[in-house]
Structure formats: C-alpha cells, structure tokens
Design a protein around this ligand. Sequence first.
Ligand SMILES: Nc1nc2c(c(=O)[nH]1)N[C@H]1C(S)=C(S)[C@@H](COP(=O)(O)O)O[C@H]1N2
Ligand SMILES: [Mo]
Length: 524
Amino acid sequence: MKKLRNWLQGPTALAALAGVVAAAVVLAVAELIGAFFTARATPLFALGSTFIDFTPSWLKDFAIATFGTNDKAALFAGMGLTIAVLACVLGIVAYRRWALGVLGVLFMGTVIVASVVTRAGVNPVDALPSVLGTFAGLVALRRLTGPLRTMKAWPEAPADTAVEDRRPGTSRRRFFAAAGITAAAAGIAATGGRLLGAARSNIAQAREALKLPSPVSAAPAVPAGVQAAVPGVPSWVTPNGDFYRIDTALSVPEINADDWELRVHGLVEEEVRLTFQDLLDADLIESHVTLTCVSNPVGGNLAGNAKWLGLPLREVLKRARPTDGADMVLSTSIDGFSASTPLEVLQDDRDAMLAIGMNDEPLPLEHGYPVRMVVPGLYGFVSATKWVVDLEVTRFADSKAYWTERGWAERGPIKTMARVDVPKSFAKVPAGQVAVGGTAWAQTRGITKVEIQIDKADWVEAELSTEASLVTWRQWSYQWDATPGAHYIKVRATDGTGEVQTDQRADPVPDGASGWQSVMVTVE
Ligand SMILES: Nc1nc2c(c(=O)[nH]1)N[C@H]1C(S)=C(S)[C@@H](COP(=O)(O)O)O[C@H]1N2
Ligand SMILES: [Mo]
C-alpha cells in the first residue's frame, strides 16, 4: 500500500500524467488548427476512421449489436482509453530516456499523419494540424518531464521527517500547476477548434436555405390504413430525426452542394457528369421506400421508411449507355465508402434514384447531403451510398465494394422479415385482450401474410394493414386473448411470391440475418 502511495506521489507517476497532458496537447492543437482544414483530417477522426476501415467484420457486427447506433461513441471511448494508456507509457519513457521518448512521440505522430493523409478526400496539406500538434505535444512533454528529474530522491525521504525537504514539494506543486495550466489550455484550444470548425462550416445553413423542386411525378398518396392501430408500433413514415443511421463516417462529410459533382464512367459509351443544379433542373420523381441495414438482427430496428425525392438512376444510365459485359455499378462516397449494385437493378422500373430529398426536406447531413443513392429491395451496404460522388460502371468480376472486401457478400437482396413491435420482449401485460402489432418487409416482393404463433399453438393469421407499395414495409396487428403465465409470441411473414419467411437462423454476416423472432411476455 505504502509502496503504491510512494509510487503514485513519485516522479514516475507524474511522468505518466505528463504523458497524458502532452497527448491532450497534441489532439487539442491539431483540433484548433484543423478547424481551418478538412474536418476528417483531425487526429481523432482520422485514427478512428482508419480503425473502422481495418475493423474485422465480426467486430463491426459486435459493435452494432452491442452499442447499436451508439457504436461511434463506444469507439471514441475505446480510443480515448487506448491513447491515455499509450501516453502514460510514453511519458514514463520520456522521463527516463528523453531521446527514446522523442522517438516514441515522433512514431505516434507518424501514425497519426499516415492515417490522416490516407483518408479519401483529404489533401497532403491536411497533415499540417497533426504535424504541428505533435510538435506542440513534444514541447509540452519536455517542459513537464524535465523538472521531474530533480525530484528523483524525493520518494525515499522518510515519511516522518521532522524537517520537511521542501524542494521536491515545491517542484511537485510546480509540476501540478504547469500540468493543470497546460491541460486547461488544451481544453480551451480543443473546444475553440470545435466551435470555430462548426462556425466556418456553412453547410448546415446552406441545407436549411435550399428549396427543393417539385417532382414531375409525385409520390402516390399514402393510402389510409397503413398504420397499425396499435399504440407503440413505429410511425409508418419514419421522421428524419428517428431514422436509423449506419455508416463508417466518424465525422459527417460536409459537401458544398455547389461543388458537388457526380462522375459516371467506366464501361460506358459516354462519360456523364452531373452537378447539383443539373439534379434540381431534372425531371425528379418521388417515392416511399423502406431502407434496411444488413446488420439488422432478427427483431431489430435498423430499418426506416421515408419519402425520397430524386432522379431515377435509369435516366442517368440511359445517357451513359453501359457497354456489353457491364453488370455492376460501383458507387463511391466522398469519404471512400463504396457499394456494388447490380446494373440491371438500377435500370429496371423499381425507381432506384439519386436522392436529394427525404420526407420533403433536403437530405439531412447524416443521411447523405447533398445526394445519396436509394435502391428499393437491396440492403444499404450494397446500394444506399450517401454523399455519393462517383459511379463506375464495371463488372462484379473486376471490382469489390467496401464491405465485400471485409467479408460481406457482393450482393444483398433484402430478406423477408417480420418483427413484433408491441409488446416488447420481456414486457409484463395484464391478462385479457392484448394488442399485438408489428412491421414486416420484403421490399420489391411485398408482404401478403403475417402469422402469429403463441407458444406451441397453431399459426394464426394477423390482420394486415393496408399495403402502400411493394417497396415499403407493411404493418400488422393481432388481438390476443392472453392468459396468465409466461408466453412466447412468434411471428413470420409470407412475401408476394408466396414464400414463407425461413425459420433458418442466420447471422447478419455475410448477407443478412434470418429466422423467426420470438418475444417472451409475462401475462399477469
Ligand atoms: N458513404 C456511406 N454511405 C453509406 C454507408 C457508409 O458507411 N458510408 N453505409 C450504408 C449502409 S450499411 C446503410 S444500411 C445505409 C444506411 O443509411 P441511413 O444511415 O441513411 O439509414 O447507408 C449506406 N450508405
Ligand atoms: Mo447497413
């Protein structure tokens, strides 16, 4: 105990603290200077993005399953912890052998710079904040650890020394004062950098000010009765603020709509370039489409339904005229994500589009502003590229998309899925009439039947809400005469081809989860 206390009060522990403060200086200075550079170029975002790119799919799957849409917060927490531990070690090394410490810091700086400059859409000058941050951190480390050397003898001083040896005490106080001031300055610099960065970015205001054109073909009116009359079943149209968000972007790409350009190239007779103004001037269509994430577990809520406004991709491809042999379009976002979509899916009549509007608003920044892809019937990872800037007409045999390179499938048609929204799993409900309700989807095939099984009883048909279209989800409800005890409610759907949802359990990797959801409820 005493040893630990002595160690904690000794120069080694202070050196570790110096390391943490120096790391804060690196990040804060880079953040402040980075306000004048690309948002994705600050060390935390670049390191985090690089980490995500190297994340094995089981870990990504685990993160989404465990933290859901909080996966990014979890990543930042993990990174913060890792950086703090490394910084402690570097602080101690620098205190013991300064030259070695310098080497260590320069090595870390190089790792940061490497992760910054390898980000898509980042220029070599974007390394500057990290380089300057690293040097500032080095200076802080030197100034904080230097005086610690004169404290070496201190911990050995007997605790009951009558005449206190003042010198180390003074230098300890000096150390804490210097470390405290440096840490506070770092905090101010980092906050200032964030505020400055936000103020310099006028993308959010530009989005607010944008007036969307009217479509030449408006979305068919949503029929009455699409909403199941069971409180707690999600709204049939998902409000933008509630729409699930899944992507590899740690900081949302900020694209100036006036600078946005889409290049359509590859196996085409004519290369096409589209500006945002071209899209505003084009014949736009509007349609409700339900998006679904391949990572959605059975019963999960990584799905949302919105009204999209956009230009049909079939019109764009008509202009580009794909050549024989092409069978895939590789869409790439400004931050390097890519998706492989079968060419014919973008040419048929399912209204795959380059979307600029979501529920009568410009796309929210997190959902792809200014332009994203929306393709009915395919999971997002192979179709729904947000912040899209490039379409390469190619062949599945020649190119691989972002997640395909990481062990996921190259194609991803959405599997038929029924979900119980009410009651929730492990809910307690009173005996008697219990309203059960939920959502089912099989985009492009449609839902023709939803069945319920209570415990081991026969399957019975639920009541289907009105169908709006084959590419949107369909709600259902069921009046259950519940008797006291623990019960399991199972649900399964049948799609428009007559196929019953499989009870074969599959994990999300590589091409989507399957199986029947089973919800346990206690009736009292
Ligand atoms: N640029 C970019 N677009 C992307 C992704 C991404 O990581 N980066 N993820 C895809 C995935 S996996 C899904 S499920 C959908 C989710 O779209 P949403 O966030 O608007 O719901 O976006 C797709 N588009
Ligand atoms: Mo996804």
